[in-house]
Ligand binder design. Sequence first.
Ligand code: PMP
Length: 349
Amino acid sequence: MYQLNNKIKNLVPYEPISGTYAIRLDANECPDNLPDELRAQLEARLREIDFNRYPDPLATRLINSFSEYYGIKPELVTAGNGSDELIFLIESAFMEKGDKLLVVSPDFSMYNFYSSICEVSCASFIKDENLDIDVDALIETVNREGVDLVIFSNPCNSTGRGITRAQAEKLVSSVEALVILDEAYMDFWSESLLDKVEDYSNLIIFRTASKLVGAAALRLGFAVANPTISRAIKAVKSPYNVNSVSQAFGEIIYQQKEYLKNRKKTIVKNKEMLYNGLMELAKAQEDITVYSSVANFVFIKTNQSRQIWEYMKRQSIVVRLMGEYLRITAGTTEEVRAVLAALNTYFEG
Ligand code: PMP
């Protein structure tokens, strides 16, 4: 009888929340679909695709468009089937069995999840009481413990807090470990290290088209690193990891500079509105702590997290429950109004 091995036998497939809800604020997605004019361009492009042919393994046109948007060199970029693919790929290829991975806590859970499959040891560096990373203490831990790879999101999913560019550079230049900064939410802030990857032998930055860019359906993630690391990532990835439709659509979407600029403004404005509304609520409710956020969501702490989450679901609004915390994505202006109104009604009741 075939037996599943120990590292996979207790794993369960990822299951997003089931059911239909009028308002989805649980996955930090962009609240609006791509506009009609842009979708018309994508449709026209669809007709040019050679479906009988394999995709371009180097995603050349997509990467050129991405690099032009961010003002970086295309040679430094590798495209992935979402950053999720890149996290798994890089953790498994850049570490050897028994190596030491360090994650920070709280943070995006997938970094830790994949480590069990890679057979590396994974330790957590705990953030301070404001949910910030003490960078000096992190450097000390990485060096003392002989960590091989440290990975975290900046800005952080779930807290919405971030470390500055100067702090990130201090970390990268003070350790020998490989540092992966997952900048999935950096499109909403301005402390990116993208323009610095060539200065370091030990830095990889991830970006994604799933958040500001509003194309989560395409599964497009990017790893940016110096030429030596980029070459290695390209060598270990599967040849046709990004399909031709996603390559072609991504190429067009990253050309929409004006559109993306406006989208950023709107989402940041709605995030502020959500934050201010939650702060108002917190003034009257001792049980709520609201963390200021540089991303497209707001993180709150409350002893009633589960009750609030259940109540919201009954109002057809879904937010993310994480223990004693709730993470609420900044949706459209109407969605932010609705979530604040529901919270106020909950507390009045
Ligand atoms: N990194 C972080 C920090 C995220 O929050 C997410 C999505 N929730 C991802 C990576 C995954 O991004 P992608 O859709 O590109 O796989």
